[in-house]
Design a protein. Structure first.
Length: 408
């Protein structure tokens, strides 16, 4: 503890009781807790890099604030961070290894976000989703009478369901009314580091509505064509919400009256392997995965629907901008988002990707890898935007935008 070292922890500004503070959270969710600390405490924590001793930190603090910092106060901060697994040390390493081993050895992936992002009780969850369809911003309850198997895929958000539920509902109304799919291939987003562009798992997914099986027959056929190990990053699925949130709506629609299976795929940022000015289709790993998936889809005798689970822009203080977005900025953001989605409506993957990379993804569009990948697989003739939304969080001075689309 003489040289405390922080694990990779997310830190972002928040406002609490009218005061500015810093929220700390574990993006990998080894720790379920968040810590909110005042700026002077965050200054101390920012020196927990394994290179600064307690004496070094005391000296830095005195230079910055002109006050003495007692070692006991630093020790209290260290103990609190250690208790929450925010430090890199033997204790956290042992606990994290056990968490990883337990997940790898389990045949199922638990519903990690039940009870936080959505209700963990089956009846309450159904009622919660009911209200998304019937709310002012919702599309109305779906009708199962118009089932013509027209739908080839959707884009739906992966923002916290409590904030984006009605937008989800627009996409899932299309599935209810226009899809006979037996397999849903879900392109989610890996919000944490991966070694590969894509991460697969064959685990079943548990939710408050029950268990959803992955289609192991489809996965086995897919796996035979691989030249890379796309299961190497399987652990990333444990806490990732972008696939989990889609399952709530699929199960809500079918209410155990129809059997369906899933292929869960997590996508990582493409520029870390392709470079900002490169074409991802020329990257061997991307080309191998997409060509293998397309061929497996074409050979499958089952009806398939694709889902891209994506959010769009991430702007404001939480995401590193210097100012919170105002009304003028948000109108400009909407204009830019809708312009980008026009390329998706035209099924133009290249222009869509180029538009993002030409400005170095300045709006932090996290969902673009899933959209880009899906556009290379889907056999659609047309697409249309169903709903566009923005969610503003005044506590963090930040906004996330998202949309629902349908492909026919």
């Amino acid at each position: 503890m003489e040289f405390p070292k922080l694990r990779p922890i997310e830190a972002f500004p928040v406002e609490t009781s009218g005061e500015q503070a810093i929220c700390l959270r574990d993006p990998l969710n080894y720790s379920k807790n968040t810590l909110v600390v005042p700026p002077h405490v965050f200054y101390i924590i920012s020196h927990f890099d394994g290179n600064h001793s307690i004496l070094d930190i005391q000296a830095k603090y005195s230079q910055q604030y002109g006050n003495l910092l007692f070692s006991d106060n630093i020790t209290k901060i260290i103990n609190e961070l250690d208790k929450n697994l925010f430090l890199e040390n033997n204790r956290s390493n042992i606990i994290i290894k056990k968490i990883k081993d337990d997940f790898i050895n389990s045949p199922t992936r638990k519903a990690i976000h039940a009870g936080t992002a959505y209700e963990n009780d089956k009846a309450r969850l159904r009622s919660q989703i009911d209200k998304f369809f019937t709310s002012v911003d919702g599309p109305g309850k779906p009708s199962l009478q118009d089932n013509r198997d027209r739908l080839r895929g959707i884009i739906a958000p992966h923002i916290d369901i409590r904030h984006g539920g009605p937008c989800f509902a627009w996409a899932y109304k299309e599935i209810a009314e226009k899809s006979n799919a037996e397999i849903f291939i879900i392109f989610g987003i890996a919000h944490t580091h991966t070694r590969n562009i894509f991460a697969l798992t064959s685990k079943s997914f548990e939710t408050p509505f029950g268990t959803i099986e992955t289609d192991k027959e489809f996965l086995n056929l897919l796996h035979k064509q691989f030249k890379f190990d796309y299961f190497e990053d399987e652990f990333v699925h444990k806490n990732e919400h972008s696939i989990e949130f889609q399952l709530m709506f699929l199960q809500y629609l079918y209410n155990n009256k129809k059997n369906f299976k899933i292929i869960p795929i997590l996508c990582s940022p493409l520029d870390f392997v392709a470079g900002n000015n490169s074409n991802p289709t020329q990257v061997p790993q991307f080309e191998n995965f997409i060509s293998s998936l397309k061929e497996t889809v074409e050979k499958s005798r089952k009806k398939i629907c694709l889902i891209a689970s994506v959010d769009l822009a991430h702007v404001g203080l939480r995401f590193g901008d210097r100012e919170a977005p105002d009304e003028t900025f948000l109108k400009k953001l909407e204009h830019e988002d809708l312009g980008l989605l026009k390329h998706v409506e035209k099924l133009d993957a290249k222009t869509f990707y180029d538009c993002i990379q030409n400005v170095n993804n300045k709006r932090r569009i996290c969902g673009y890898p899933a959209i880009y990948a899906m556009l290379h697989v889907i056999r659609a003739k047309e697409a249309k935007l169903l709903k566009y939304s923005q969610d503003y969080d005044k506590n963090t001075g930040s906004t996330v935008s998202f949309a629902s689309m349908a492909f026919y």
